[in-house]
Design a protein around this ligand. Structure first.
Ligand code: ACO
Length: 332
């Protein structure tokens, strides 16, 4: 069974409510109907109700049984605006601005998740990554004990000899452009949690990647990864985690054994932590396009799950991301 199929099975075991703020977008409407029919989550579509119904009609989608909410008409908008004002007044948000913001579908949906009226959120078929992320970062914030929100890509290979039964977790490929050593350590710990809680990898083996293995090169960028490895050990001493190491030393047993003698991670890593966003983002795309892996992204480190879609996403991608979000919500 593929990782996505396993996640869908898990999503059905404890059904969560997932809000979709791009409620009148055609792929989102079709995905919501499939999510409900397949029992993956209870979807809520946010948007102008007339527009949502029109999209459903145009796409031949039955949206019976799906809750529809228009922030302009919602009885909750005033209380959400008040809560939003309380949360952001120290940052200069006025009551008037808060009232305007909750009428935006994205902010309304984030407030639903914040206040427990939904368990998670999926957006990004229309919004850019930044526009989707900012309200989540500002309002939902990080989970206790975690300083940074980041992402993992689940890279699912047809060759099941790679990684953990064909799965490698890549982090961070979406959020933090240039992490400090402390942020990199947080990313490593979060990626291990994603591997364990979402992917079912009981003992994640986490490698912090570099162009150097165990001091083979000397450079300030290498020093940063060494520091991050030390900090990650302090944050999560129980984790099987090692660095700094090159990609081949991380995943090829013979090279790991020769370049990083005695390491239980080298040669067997299934969670790969990249030193910055350029390395991570480029690597996941090379793996996807040239390595033939399926790539699915999740955000990690948020207090409640919110996930981003690519604007080129398919209906299937939205269904999958909602299932992932629902499973993340099970462990909040
Ligand atoms: N973790 C936790 N909190 C964060 C993070 C983070 N990684 N980044 C920003 N924040 C918080 C800030 O502390 C701030 O909180 P506050 O307002 O309460 O003080 C709030 O979020 C907003 O911060 P800004 O600095 O104003 O946000 P910024 O404009 O830097 O945007 C963003 C943050 C969107 C994550 C930015 O770093 C970004 O654009 N990252 C890259 C996204 C991207 O384009 N990825 C690649 C494409 S995606 C793909 O290929 C799949």
């Amino acid at each position: 069974m593929s990782i996505i199929d396993r996640i869908k099975v898990k999503a059905r075991e404890n059904v969560k409510t997932i809000v979709l703020p791009e409620g009148d977008e055609p792929r989102t409407v079709q995905a919501a109907a499939r999510i409900l029919a397949e029992g993956l989550a209870k979807p809520i579509l946010i948007g102008n109700i007339e527009n949502i119904r029109k999209t459903a009609q145009e796409t031949g989608t039955d949206i019976g049984g799906i809750e529809l909410i228009d922030p302009e008409e919602s009885s909750r908008s005033d209380s959400y605006a008040q809560e939003l004002y309380e949360l952001r007044k120290a940052k200069g948000l006025t009551e008037e601005d808060a009232k305007k913001l909750v009428r935006d579908t994205m902010y309304y949906a984030v407030m639903m998740v914040k206040l427990g009226d939904a368990d998670g959120l999926v957006s990004g078929a229309v919004h850019t990554t930044g526009d989707m992320l900012r309200p989540a970062l500002q309002i939902i914030k990080t989970k206790p004990g975690m300083k940074v929100v980041s992402s993992s890509f689940l890279m699912d290979f047809p060759n099941k000899n790679i990684g953990y039964d064909g799965l490698l977790v890549y982090s961070d490929c979406v959020v933090v452009p240039c992490p400090t050593a402390e942020e990199l350590a947080c990313i490593a710990v979060s990626a291990a949690e994603t591997a364990r809680d979402l992917c079912g990898i009981e003992n994640p083996k986490v490698a912090l990647l570099s162009f150097s293995t165990k001091g083979s090169a000397k450079h300030e960028l290498v020093t940063k990864v060494q520091e991050a490895t030390k900090l990650a050990h302090e944050m999560a001493p129980e984790l099987e985690l090692d660095g700094e190491m090159q990609f081949d030393a991380a995943i090829i047993p013979e090279i790991g054994a020769s370049k990083a003698k005695g390491s239980t991670v080298a040669g067997h890593a299934n969670v790969l932590v990249f030193p910055d966003l350029q390395a991570g983002n480029i690597s996941y795309k090379i793996t996807q396009r040239l390595g033939g892996a399926e790539a699915v992204a999740v955000l990690q480190g948020l207090a409640k799950p919110c996930n981003d879609l690519s604007r080129g996403c398919s209906v299937e991608d939205i269904v999958t991301t909602v299932a992932l979000t629902a499973v993340q919500a099970q462990s909040v």
